[in-house]
Design a protein around this ligand. Structure first.
Ligand SMILES: [Zn+2]
Length: 132
């Protein structure tokens, strides 16, 4: 089975099926960004420090898209999730999720092409009660 991760180096393995988001923090102005950028969008400094954070937060907004590439599982469920440190992350979601739901991201399949390649990326799902 061929698996292609769409998340690239925006996430890192945190063990036991968990992931962390790899954010960046500008050392010149303090601006934070996800994924980690090569240059600060605020002050154009290239002095960006890699800062992995827990891949969990609260749903700010969400939607379902019923059209799109044939390879993607539809509806494509997309959300903005606010992380505790103020970053807002865009990504897929699944499960019983609404605005305000506490969620955690894990790697999950979001599509598969005719050649059998499975596409994965981070997917938000309700955080377990033990996370509360
Ligand atoms: Zn900056």
């Amino acid at each position: 089975m061929t698996i292609h991760s769409l998340a690239g180096d925006a996430v890192e393995d945190a063990g036991e099926g968990s992931i962390r988001f790899v954010t960046g923090q500008c050392q010149a102005c303090g601006n934070r960004a996800f994924p980690m950028p090569p240059i600060c969008s605020n002050c154009q400094s290239t002095d960006i420090v890699r800062k992995p954070v827990e891949a969990a937060g609260t749903v700010y907004s969400l939607t379902e898209v019923h059209v799109g590439p044939a390879e993607w599982h539809r509806p494509v469920r997309l959300a903005y999730v606010d992380l505790p440190d103020g970053l807002r992350v865009f990504g897929h979601w699944r499960g019983s999720v609404g605005i305000g739901t506490r969620v955690r991201a894990r790697m999950g399949e979001v599509g598969k092409d005719a050649a059998g390649t499975h596409f994965t990326t981070y997917v938000f799902e309700p955080a377990e009660a033990s996370d509360a």
